[in-house]
Design a protein around this ligand. Sequence first.
Ligand code: SAM
Ligand code: SF4
Length: 454
Amino acid sequence: MCLTIPGKIESIDSKGVATVISHRERAQIDLSLVFDVKPGDWILYATNRAVKAISEEDAKEIISLLEDKYNPVDVSRLSLKFKKIIYKVRSGDSNLTKDEIIYLFSLKGKNNLETLYAEANTLRKERIKDFVCIHGIIEFSNYCKNNCLYCGIRKDNQGIDRYRLGVEEIVEVAGNAVENEGYKLLVLQSGEDENYSDSELIQLVREIKKKMRVFIFLSVGERSVDFYKEAYESGATGALIRFEISNQKLYAKMRPGHKFDDRKRLIQELIKTGYYVATGSLFGLPGQTIGGIADDLIFMKSLKAPMLSAGPFLLAKNTPLSCHPRAGEAMTWGSNISDGFPIGSGMTRETLLELTLKYIAIARFLMPEIKIPVTTALETLDLEGRHLGLLAGANALMFNLTPEKYCKSYAIYDDKYREREKVWQKYGLFKGEESWEMIEQRLRVVPEMDRKLN
Ligand code: SAM
Ligand code: SF4
């Protein structure tokens, strides 16, 4: 699942050790697990061991996704304020003020933006290297008892076909992903579907853990702390649960019947329990301001969660926000123009893409070691989204494993992107023992054998 690097074999010595050149180093690599390779061939390697041979074409595709594409920036054209922020971040001070964050969001022009992304990417490389984490997501039910205004699978949306997978079916999909494709980290996601009792979901975790070696992340929304504790004891490793919006008023407006404080408390409890928590916000909502997004990022930093899950709001048919042009009446909700500047009004796809890349880069400045997945929403915004996200400081990818026939119905927003890129599966999902140890070390999760799972 994680970091293998493509490299070209330059020479091989009599002990089977190759000198390999990659896009970032010349290294001595043990070839004992790979047969029939010769100088000029390409291999994937992890630490100092070759994992497998690959074609030149695949190697180049992987390298192109990891390599920078920006031209050197013209430092003389950067403002003094921007230079000072860069200096601050480079000196290891990640405590940016709200004013500095708003300033970064306000940057315009190619030179400024490419500087911002390149600085974030450099920080990512320095702190977490070329570690790319690959997650598979199984969206097992699109029923939801809630009515979040932004969400396409909200309870009141009559315009989608509802589906839910049985426990056996979910275990089968997971088994296929783990055994046949090499996935080591699965996110099990659904709407808040009460049809699955707590004990059924816990049973699901147990079944999967009994049958295969895999890290399970739950993304099932708000359930009791007791449920989450038992699921953890049964083998769940992580929880993906966004806090969505840290502005209490806007939160209550967007998520009728829910309170920000309850969500916050739950997330804090999950972190305390030992869950590897991925959390973050939804941005670009009507009523948000850049100041509000800055507050979300500052709140995110205060949580000290190891992974960020955040993404742009995209329109979903048949929802209360579906016809808002990111403006109009909705903009007045909680909007406070003196708080940074309002977003939304007339926001084009390009502006939203820029906002997303800025969000990733600024998150990297604030939390240099956090894992940041490229979200499907970014890939939906731009086909190049995955590459652009990695270049702006992200370091993880999420692939959709939901059975084909249900995919269209998990329509949390319109035209959701879905592609299983074979090259990434070849690249990231190698099956050696060291790839497991790498995940445990990198994620710093408690090794499973030390957790005395039932
Ligand atoms: N029901 C669970 C929950 O709310 O945490 C998990 C599933 S929910 C579909 C997963 C995430 O989808 C939410 O945290 C929300 O941020 C995101 N989402 C919902 N509607 C969206 C939209 N229109 N655009 C972008 N993201 C959206
Ligand atoms: Fe349900 Fe989650 Fe969508 Fe809200 S965001 S309606 S809780 S699936």
